[in-house]
Write a protein of this length. Structure first.
Length: 71
């Protein structure tokens, strides 16, 4: 079955844990997930939200919002 993930960080986290990316449509990443992997896939998506990887991603996003400023 196909599962989509729109968050780049979550997609990378899933890829890092061995889930197979099979394509992309717009901002969504498409993963091929077997019936046996479905529960683990969904758990990993939730796991990402409380991981250090998510924290790191949030710092990157905040740095992108810093305006140019030269003291």
């Amino acid at each position: 079955m196909k599962k989509t993930v729109s968050d780049l960080g979550a997609g990378a986290y899933l890829l890092m844990h061995g889930h197979k990316v099979v394509g992309r449509k717009g901002r969504d990443f498409i993963f091929e997930v077997s019936d046996q992997e479905e529960v683990e896939f969904e758990q990993r998506k939730l796991e990402y939200l409380s991981s250090e990887f998510h924290r790191f991603d949030s710092y990157i996003m905040s740095l992108k919002k810093v305006g140019e400023y030269a003291p």
